[in-house]
Design a protein around this ligand. Structure first.
Ligand SMILES: NC(=O)NCCC[C@H](N)C(=O)O
Length: 323
């Protein structure tokens, strides 16, 4: 896909052709063609406890075990190597000095052939500036900007055929939680931009203090995989009926149920690069065994240091095109 342009300089006409990025995402597992992978470079020093915006990071700040930049950089390079093996085009954010840019999933998200710019938590609002070079290669009419009231982060959003699944938080709770990132206006505004789809929301359990009681985003307690399977944590959902709706879409036998401890370790946050191919954490033994038994190819990477910030592989990737 190309766009053309022209400009005059010193009386000379310059004509140029620019390669544009093709957008297409309708599910979580069609073959990945291009993606933005976050970066841990210049992630900054260990934050002060008061500046943590999720309870798992806070836990590691208190314990003196907050992850080091060099370890997280090498974990992310392992993911880049898997993408290279599968011929995926990878874009990286430009580096903002001393700023956390690992979790690129949340800053914008592609649905069909549109990219929606998130309205994020204020602490993370600069991250979007680092993908300006990506947005420059997308036609303006494909970029959706929501109303400023509509709070939303990409980890809460999943295109799922004719549905868009969205994690949210009970209306009466939203303002009490730094861990609540998508509000009712976010859900309804998204519906206005995608009238041909049904936006279905799921209230998630939130805690500012206990990472085992906190489903930070929908992808922290649920994820569709290829081959009709999914990963799900029942207690991550505020309402059993909403959890059950998801189970019914897949059938009980196709759901891999994870415990509180496994949610804490971010088991649901693996990342599919094709219908039967998943990138997973190397120590997720119970999940990786189940995936292999169900004929998935599992590409394992070390990601335990990044997991300390309450995000994993889905969180650190933003698919642009799936075939
Ligand atoms: N999609 C995700 O779940 N993203 C993880 C974001 C983690 C980051 N520490 C945050 O609280 O925003």
């Amino acid at each position: 896909m190309e766009s053309s342009g022209k400009h005059f300089r010193n009386g000379v006409l310059f004509l140029y052709l620019r390669t544009m990025i093709k957008l297409n995402v309708t599910d979580e597992f069609s073959p990945l063609k291009s993606v933005v992978l976050g970066t841990a470079k210049s992630n900054g020093a260990t934050p002060a406890l008061k500046d943590a915006y999720d309870p798992k990071s806070a836990e590691h700040i208190k314990a003196g075990t907050y992850p080091l930049e060099k370890d997280m950089v090498s974990e992310m390079e392992a993911v880049a190597t898997v993408f290279e093996k599968y011929g995926v085009t990878v874009y990286r954010p430009t580096v903002i000095e001393d700023y956390n840019q690992i979790f690129t999933r949340d800053i914008a998200f592609v649905i069909d052939d549109k990219i929606v710019i998130s309205n994020m938590l204020e602490d993370r609002a600069q991250e979007i500036n680092a993908i300006a070079h990506v947005l420059d290669q997308i036609p303006q009419e494909k970029i959706v900007r929501l109303s400023s009231y509509a709070k939303i982060e990409g980890g809460d959003v999943m295109p799922f055929g004719n549905y868009i699944l969205v994690g949210t938080c009970r209306v009466d709770h939203f303002n009490n939680y730094v861990t609540a990132r998508t509000n009712a206006d976010g859900v309804s505004n998204l519906q206005e931009f995608f009238p041909h789809k049904e936006v279905k929301s799921f209230a998630l359990k939130k805690s500012n203090y206990d990472p085992r009681e906190n489903a930070l985003h929908l992808d922290c307690c649920f994820q569709p995989l290829g081959q009709g399977k999914c990963i799900i944590h029942k207690e991550g959902f505020e309402f059993e009926t909403e959890y059950q709706w998801l189970v019914d879409q897949f059938g009980e036998e196709n759901c891999f149920h994870i415990t509180k401890e496994e949610m804490y370790k971010m088991y649901s946050n693996v990342f599919s690069i094709a219908d039967g191919v998943v990138i997973s954490e190397q120590k997720f033994d119970r999940l990786n065994d189940w995936l292999r038994k169900n004929n998935f190819t599992v590409e394992t990477v070390p990601y335990a240091e990044i997991a300390k910030q309450e995000g994993l592989l889905r969180c650190s990737t933003m698919p642009l095109q799936r075939a």
